[in-house]
Design a protein around this ligand. Structure first.
Ligand SMILES: [Zn+2]
Length: 288
């Protein structure tokens, strides 16, 4: 099997596509549950703090454990447990025509879209890197970027529980020089965080507004740790370009309020992905 994956690109891509559909299905769980888990934790912390101060507060509802694995997935409307047959990436959505089999509540289009996007991006990664350690690492990076983007779009949050472990992982992988050398990786993490931190405080001093969140700094640091500091200018340039185009389009076509905050994380993530695959190419074109 391993030999077949090494020698046959079509087989490798098909296996990657099928496997990453399952990963996409898991990313949907992460995207749905991680913000809820964070909110639960904030409530617990707040309750604990306030009751230590002597305020009596109602206990946090739903005392059962809630994490990525328990309880089993269910329809939020009627509580119908999702069966294995209803849990097949993309196909189940089509088969159910986008509705809960029990109560007919619409299943968000996000679910099949995330699965399809995971498969497409993963195939692109493996096509680019081949059957290598780099490809394996790049897949993890890509999946994290995708999950972070969708969570940020939905909730304006970039969970530390994804950005920070991925930042460390980037540093560790580059100890072995998977994508860049150790120094570039370390400098990437530091300058990634520091540059946006400075930008944030500068912007706030000038305008009195907050242009982005601390999650953005950590995401940029993570991208720096993975790709090296050399790619950060390109990433910020691409992110701003894509952000400007999408932002203007949203204002023009959806009448979106200009003052309404737009999450920056998805643009950073998209730019990080582009830099992962084509950064070398773009930079060599640009530099000469
Ligand atoms: Zn239902």
């Amino acid at each position: 099997m391993i030999e077949l994956l090494q020698t046959s690109t079509p087989v490798l891509l098909v296996v990657t596509g099928l496997f990453s559909l399952l990963v996409g299905s898991f990313l949907n769980v992460v995207i749905h549950r991680l913000p809820l888990m964070m909110e639960r934790q904030w409530r617990l912390d707040a309750t604990e703090f306030l009751s230590a101060e002597g305020h009596a507060l109602p206990a946090v509802e739903g005392s059962g454990s809630y994490n990525l694995w328990t309880p089993r997935s269910a329809c939020p409307e009627c509580g119908h447990r999702i069966t294995a047959l209803e849990n097949i990436p993309i196909l189940s959505y089509l088969f159910l025509r986008g509705r809960c089999s029990e109560c007919g509540t619409r299943i968000p289009l996000r679910y099949p879209l995330v699965e399809a996007a995971t498969a497409l991006l993963s195939v692109a990664v493996v096509w680019h890197f081949g059957f290598t350690w780099q490809a394996g690492a790049a897949l993890l990076f890509t999946w994290a970027l995708l999950a972070l983007s969708v969570i940020d779009i939905r909730t304006m949050l970039l969970p530390d529980s994804i950005t920070l472990p991925m930042l460390w992982l980037g540093l560790v992988l580059n100890l072995a020089g998977v994508f860049t050398d150790t120094t570039s990786s370390l400098l990437g993490a530091v300058t990634g965080y520091a540059s946006l931190w400075i930008l944030y405080h500068g912007f706030r001093l000038l305008t009195g507004k907050e242009g982005m969140g601390f999650g953005d700094f950590k995401l940029f640091a993570m991208i720096g740790a993975w790709l090296g500091w050399q790619f950060l200018p390109l990433v910020i340039l691409l992110a701003s370009l894509v952000g400007a185009v999408v932002g203007i389009a949203l204002i023009l076509f959806q009448g979106r309020d200009r003052a309404q905050p737009i999450p920056f994380g998805p643009y950073l993530a998209a730019a990080g992905f582009i830099a992962l695959l084509w950064g070398d190419h773009i930079m060599s074109l640009y530099l000469g």
